[in-house]
Design a binder for this molecule. Structure first.
Ligand code: COS
Length: 412
């Protein structure tokens, strides 16, 4: 079934309350706890037909916008709920949405990631032109960094932007671009000084309808979501499209990823919590050898391992988000103290993403194994979680990149 999920609307057979005991940790304020509680109630009521990932994603964006959840993707000056992007809110929201629907989480996260470079590095007029539209769902955002030969190795990108009298001309090909094909605008990173490696990259805001931009090549993936190759052929953009400093694109991309990597960890936590919930429910109802699956010690041991994998990842995730919100925000990042905190945060976000996504993969695999043959049946929640989690270990920096960031940081 090309481009379609194999199952229909979300049906929550069991009311989920699996995160109730997690957000009372000192990392969170009552405001965060309320966000989580409200979102759980909201998510339970949604029924979205996810058979077509593009339509479903647009549906999720409009629902998330209508009920105010996209306010957490932009800052207060542009309709956002917090003065600055709040990492703990992003984590809680992704942790909650991903328990219900990976696509709902995707729709939320991509509005934040795609507009993140504008929030961090945009001029006042760029922010005015784009961010309120992101918040209301009228503008769908996309972050276009990767290329066929430049995934982990960002500096190897081959897309170019050449300055002309009245703007820039972009050429090349970006790929694995989330929201590709449905985005209204792309933040595209291009080489502007190829001799300078990572120091020769700049960012541009490019409207999807710009002549020379072709985003019609949809990519099919194991957990369907809007993903495309974006081709740029003599794509002319005005001088006002330059985002952030000339040749400052690599740092802008890294600063954006720094924020959203901790939120990927949140999404992985949500998927793992859902898998544990499915496993526990299944173990209590399945009979074998004249007792419940839950009565075997091997089952209890496995459930215990799953819980510890989740909670250890949760601590790293919540700590990273707390560190940014309460210790890093407002600091002068040029001061030695600010720089050292920034490095600490970058490493904390990298550890959170790596450990939470790897642990979630293990938890989901264990939960599927516990389901036996039922676990691989299309239409089972555990089967879709098994496909949904896989990309999280790769996108926004593969596990190995996160490990490298932490190791390099130790030696710095
Ligand atoms: N914030 C701000 N600046 C950063 C930074 C961060 N988190 N990380 C690196 N920088 C700066 C460095 O300080 C350095 O600055 P100077 O030029 O002033 O010295 C510059 O960027 C280059 O840094 P570094 O030498 O560490 O970069 P590398 O080329 O070694 O790349 C990795 C480092 C591999 C970690 C980086 O390319 C990366 O994260 N790759 C994965 C990309 C990714 O996530 N892709 C997925 C696409 S989005 S779905």
């Amino acid at each position: 079934m090309v481009g379609e999920k194999y199952f229909g609307p979300i049906i929550l057979e069991t009311p989920l309350d699996v995160t109730a005991d997690c957000w009372d940790l000192p990392f969170f304020s009552p405001t965060h706890q309320q966000i989580g509680a409200r979102l759980k109630d909201w998510a339970r009521e949604q029924e979205v037909d996810e058979r077509n990932d593009r339509f479903a994603c647009l549906d999720w964006v409009s629902r998330l916008a209508k009920d105010g959840w996209l306010q957490y993707c932009v800052s207060a000056a542009h309709g956002g709920a917090f003065e600055h992007l709040d990492s703990r809110a992003l984590v809680i929201i992704r942790e909650t949405l991903s328990q219900y629907s990976a696509l709902a989480d995707f729709a939320f996260a991509m509005q934040g990631l795609g507009s993140g470079p504008i929030t961090l590095g945009g001029s006042a007029s760029q922010q005015n032109d784009y961010l309120s539209g992101v918040c209301t769902g009228h503008k769908i955002a996309a972050f276009a960094l990767s290329e066929e030969q430049a995934g982990s190795d960002v500096a190897a990108m081959a897309c170019t932007a050449v300055r002309q009298a009245d703007g820039f001309v972009l050429n090349g090909e970006k790929t694995w671009i989330s929201n590709g094909g449905i985005a209204n605008f792309y933040v595209i990173f291009c080489k502007t000084d190829p001799a300078l490696g990572s120091r020769g990259i700049s960012a541009f805001i490019v409207d999807a309808k710009t002549p020379g931009l072709d985003d019609t090549t949809h990519l099919q993936v194991m957990a369907p979501h809007p993903l495309a190759t974006v081709k740029l052929k003599d794509c002319k953009v005005p001088a006002s499209a330059l985002l952030g400093p000339w040749n400052g694109g690599f740092k802008l991309a890294m600063q954006t990823l720094d924020i959203f990597r901790a939120s990927v960890a949140g999404a992985a936590l949500g998927m793992a919590r859902r898998a544990l919930h499915e496993a526990t429910t299944h173990a209590k109802s399945r009979s074998m050898f004249k007792q419940r699956l839950a009565d075997f010690q091997i089952t209890q041991v496995k459930l215990g391992q799953m819980k510890a994998l989740i909670e250890s990842a949760a601590l790293l995730t919540y700590q990273a988000a707390w560190l940014r919100d309460t210790q890093l925000m407002g600091r002068d990042l040029k001061s030695p103290e600010g720089q050292s905190l920034h490095q600490r945060y970058t490493q904390a976000a990298a550890m959170a993403k790596w450990v939470a996504t790897e642990n979630a993969q293990q938890v989901i695999d264990m939960a599927l194994q516990m389901h036996g043959g039922k676990g691989v049946l299309v239409g089972q929640k555990i089967e879709s979680l098994y496909r949904d989690i896989r990309a999280l270990r790769i996108y926004e920096g593969a596990t190995e990149v996160q490990q490298l960031i932490v190791g390099k940081g130790l030696l710095a």
